[in-house]
Design a protein around this ligand. Structure first.
Ligand code: HMG
Length: 392
């Protein structure tokens, strides 16, 4: 473990959508026994974006309080990670940069590797801060998870954005070296440019995730990482919360530790709160897990080490450790995050289906977008193939 300058997450804020679909509504439509959703995959509801919400509006909404608290002066880089991109060329972060009024002396770039992209952005940010510790990097992970209607993936949909301010001497989490890395060229989940919904081999993707965990953990230990019993908790990428449990039981078993359920619950239990009501938010998912852990753990996590496992289909995975900074509780956003999930308006099945099937006009004309969101920013119009975002 390096004794160098501490670098990590200084602030973390998330935003989600205007609407929420309870899994009871989906189950009533498709005749699924609700236990499969509530218990089998661990989900109670999913966030559904309004017509005028997307990765830009959610990303800007997540980052707004971060910029309000810390100012934008030291932010010289904005990295937005997503697999729900709105343009093949222009980085979505440029719209966010503009909505937030950040200085022009900023580099802005978009990153992609399925759900792993947010962690790549975070690690690249750490490198930039190490090069110049006076700078801060705004990392945004923003995604809308969308599968075909009536497919097995449908109940795992969701949407959210996390904004993290990365800097030296962080207030929340110090990110440690080494990282354990794993890459394999596989097709467990993907989305060709011409499709709006992801393709997935569900059971294969679960196996691929578990295989990648083995690989990343093996590399982590070979790189000189910590022992498993040094960790207080583990944040996993959560395509659905039960995946974290499956993964953690495997990690403990393979390390020769007893996967006693009370230990598993102690390690994982506090990380699933937000994901179980938001659904899969791809790049943002693991960091919603981190927010949930920091806000919900009853014990003081100061100086305790957290293991983080990020997985992106296709596939790339990384296991790394972070140590919680004493005094972290004073910097959490418990009230705002609670409001982000409780303010969502329940939508009925017909309304959800209509939004799922909604596609924006592609004719290059002038089109106002229906005003639905109660969030701070909206996609107001399309004009000449350009997206027009406005504060609400
Ligand atoms: P499925 O085949 O419909 O469900 O889809 P199942 O039959 O496997 O059942 C799920 C669980 O519910 C099982 O538990 C059942 O026993 C249980 P398990 O055996 O797994 O412990 N169950 C019940 N429990 C209580 N009461 C009941 C009941 N009935 C059944 N009545 C699947 C499941 C995850 C495959 C599907 O939702 C899917 O395709 N999801 C999308 C893909 C996915 O999430 N993959 C995860 C790994 S890949 C990943 O994480 C990357 C990703 O985030 C994308 C990216 O990287 O960008 C997806």
């Amino acid at each position: 473990m390096s004794a160098e300058l501490a670098i990590g997450i200084h602030d973390l804020s998330f935003a989600t959508t205007e609407f929420v679909l309870p899994h009871t509504t989906l189950a009533a439509h498709n005749g699924t026994e609700i236990g499969k959703y509530h218990v089998g995959i661990g989900l109670r509801s999913m966030s559904v974006p309004a017509a005028d919400e997307d990765i830009v509006t959610m990303g800007a909404a997540a980052a707004k309080p971060v910029v309000a608290r810390h100012g934008g002066d030291r932010i010289r880089t904005v990295v937005l990670a997503t697999e729900s991109s709105v343009d093949q060329s222009k980085a979505a972060g440029i719209y966010v940069h503009s909505l937030l009024g950040l200085p022009s002396s900023t580099r802005v770039v978009e990153l992609k590797q399925a759900c792993y992209g947010g962690t790549a952005a975070l690690q690249f940010a750490v490198g930039l801060v190490r090069r110049d510790p006076s700078q801060r990097v705004l990392v945004i992970a923003s995604d809308v998870s969308k599968y075909e209607l009536d497919s097995p993936g449908e109940p795992t949909q969701g949407a959210a954005a996390v904004a993290m301010l990365v800097g030296a001497d962080p207030a929340l989490l110090r990110i440690e070296e080494p990282s354990g890395l794993f890459t394999a060229d596989i097709m467990d989940f993907w989305r060709p440019n011409y499709l709006s919904t992801a393709l997935v081999d569900g059971q294969d993707s679960v196996a691929a995730y578990l295989h990648a965990l083995d690989g990343a953990w093996k590399d982590y230990t070979e790189q000189g990482g910590r022992r498993l019993d040094e960790f207080r908790a583990f944040c996993y990428h959560q395509p659905f919360p039960k995946m974290a449990y499956k993964a953690h039981r495997q990690l403990l078993r393979n390390a020769g530790l007893d996967s006693d359920e009370s230990l598993v619950a102690h390690h994982i239990g506090d990380t699933t709160g937000y994901n179980s009501v938001v659904g899969n938010s791809y790049t943002a998912s693991m960091y919603l897990g981190l927010a949930s852990l920091l806000e919900n753990a009853q014990d003081d996590l100061s100086d305790r080490t957290i293991g983080l496992f990020s997985y992106g289909s296709g596939s790339v995975a990384e296991f790394y450790a972070g140590t919680v900074v004493p005094g972290y509780r004073a910097h959490l956003r418990v009230r705002e995050h609670d409001e982000a999930v409780t303010r969502r308006r329940p939508i009925d099945y017909a309304g959800y289906r209509a939004l799922h099937q909604l596609s924006l006009p592609e004719d290059g004309g002038e089109h106002a977008v229906a005003a639905q969101t109660g969030g701070p920013y909206r996609l107001a119009a399309l004009s000449g193939h350009k997206r027009i975002y406005r504060p609400r």
